[in-house]
Write a protein that binds this ligand. Sequence first.
Ligand SMILES: [Zn+2]
Ligand SMILES: [Zn+2]
Length: 144
Amino acid sequence: MSDQEKINQFMQKCRDKGLSVTPQRLSIFKALMNDSSHPNPETIYKGIKEENPTISFATVYKALETFEKHGIIKMVTSLHNTVRYDPMLQQHHHIVCAKCKKVIDLVDEDLNQIKIPESITKENQFLDFSIQFNVICSECRARQ
Ligand SMILES: [Zn+2]
Ligand SMILES: [Zn+2]
């Protein structure tokens, strides 16, 4: 998908959810849309501060929360106790380095097909799942 298509899709989703597309919200989304590093709010804030000198960290933080609540981006949960955001909405899994906290996307159809245990589906409404693989990445291994 091209950048323009991603932006169009973002604006369409905002309209559908009744969110106004402010220039600040747009630059926050743009900072995230091609970022596969699963950045935290601080990193996103630092990345756009120069272009948006008037933007505050609280604004960035709140906008990300709002996007997440409306399904525009995803939150990577419980990753070393920090909030990390993910622009990829299709089902995928994560390879996480226990040392440098790097998060790598893994799209794998075989993993998507695993059998969901009945103990989960019996009484709950099953939504989706994402597997986290904890590793020590090659860069960190080289440094050991
Ligand atoms: Zn690492
Ligand atoms: Zn991801």
